[in-house]
Design a protein around this ligand. Structure first.
Ligand SMILES: *Cc1c(COP(=O)(O)O)cnc(C)c1O
Length: 361
């Protein structure tokens, strides 16, 4: 039988493979694989979500007017510089489609967010990957790889999965070398967790560089991963053209209202972020003391450099009902979760070390 003709690129896509045991009524795993907030939504958010249920027979505001205005106030920019989307990943997809002329290339560090190559392939944009320097972006090498075909550069800071940030002065020096015709997307999904002094802040950079857009999300620090809402800040001339290409009604009404409520509760939510940052330090210190190699991650996750042992360690954790994200041959990313889940993870790490040490000696 002849199958319908679909683009050949679909055959090669890996597909997103979430850890088993995380979804459905019988979820049993400790969820440390997706960098979610471990905190249940605040009562103020739950109330808004419940109330919003009463109006879901109506389409949502396609322009997200109230949320856009609120974000513009928070970031002290004109609303014309804000674009809300159904998760920052949807905005990333929009950006790739927006630059996808034949022959277009997108440049990014590797390893970085696993979705970049998939979305680039789907958009028909050629990926150019520049290896990390250790765990860090190699901005000099990236600048050297820019050609006339480079239509977009993605800089992920903190970088998923290594957790490292790019410095403000290094990023400015890099941006000075990027042609103004080439878009630069700063993926700052974990911005609120950054404590490293001197880290770049996209909000300031997109004022100075009209080719820079900043991606932020309500999925992590603001605890709304299940509702799918993120946003982009950029120059009006860029944002205006992107806005025309958005999928109508792609940010649902519940998400819009919950995100608005979350902005109103930012103080409380950011206190939770402080707690996660403290927990990140506790977990990392414990791992370092036990002899693990763990970079100074600035997101709500840590990166364990395991090389050839990465997959086996991922399976080891899964057998103990702990979902982590393993990248074969490279490392394992583990989210900072509740103290109880993190302690279970640290216990699995200790067992792993004593068992493998036992094998090796
Ligand atoms: C989690 C994450 C996002 C957020 O995606 P949403 O679609 O907003 O949930 C974006 N970029 C990176 C690098 C991430 O890790």
């Amino acid at each position: 039988m002849t199958a319908p003709l679909l683009r050949a690129v679909l055959d090669d896509l890996p597909g997103y493979q979430p850890a088993a045991g995380l979804y459905g009524g019988a979820a049993t795993m400790r969820p440390l694989s997706a960098n979610e907030s471990p905190h249940a939504p605040l009562p103020g958010i739950r109330e808004v979500v419940t109330a919003a249920g009463a109006t879901i027979n109506r389409y949502p505001d396609p322009d997200c007017c109230e949320l856009t205005a609120a974000l513009a106030r928070v970031h002290d920019v004109d609303p014309g510089r804000v674009l809300v989307g159904g998760g920052s990943v949807a905005l990333l997809q929009l950006l790739l489609h927006a630059v996808a002329e034949p022959g277009a290339e997108v440049l990014y560090a590797w390893r970085s967010f696993e979705i970049y190559p998939v979305m680039a392939d789907l958009a028909g944009v050629t990926s150019v990957r520049v290896p990390l320097d250790g765990d860090d972006h190699d901005l000099a090498a990236m600048a050297a790889r820019i050609t006339a075909a480079t239509r977009m550069v993605i800089v992920c800071s903190p970088n998923n999965p290594t957790g490292t940030v790019v410095g403000d002065s290094e990023l400015r020096a890099f941006l000075d070398r990027v042609p103004p015709t080439c878009l630069v997307a700063l993926d700052e999904a974990y911005h609120e967790y950054v404590r490293a002094p001197g880290a770049a802040d996209g909000r300031a950079l997109c004022d100075a560089y009209p080719n820079v857009v900043v991606l932020r999300t309500f999925s992590k620090a603001y605890g709304l991963a299940g509702l799918r809402v993120g946003y982009l800040l950029g120059a009006p001339g860029v944002v205006d053209r992107l806005r025309r290409a958005t999928l109508p009604y792609s940010v649902n009404a519940v998400a819009q209202l919950a995100a608005l409520a979350a902005l109103g509760l930012a103080k409380e939510l950011l206190r939770r972020v402080d707690a996660t940052v403290a927990e990140r330090t506790r977990v990392r210190d414990a791992l370092l003391a036990a002899g693990w190699r763990v970079p100074d991650g600035q997101g709500n996750f840590l990166w364990l450099q395991l090389g050839e042992d990465a997959s086996a360690f991922g399976t080891w954790c899964a057998k103990r009902d702990i979902a982590v994200r393993a990248f074969a041959g490279d490392g394992v990313r583990v989210s900072i979760g509740s103290v109880e889940d993190d302690d279970a993870f640290l216990a699995a790490c200790a067992e792993w070390r004593s068992s493998t040490m036992g094998v090796k000696t």
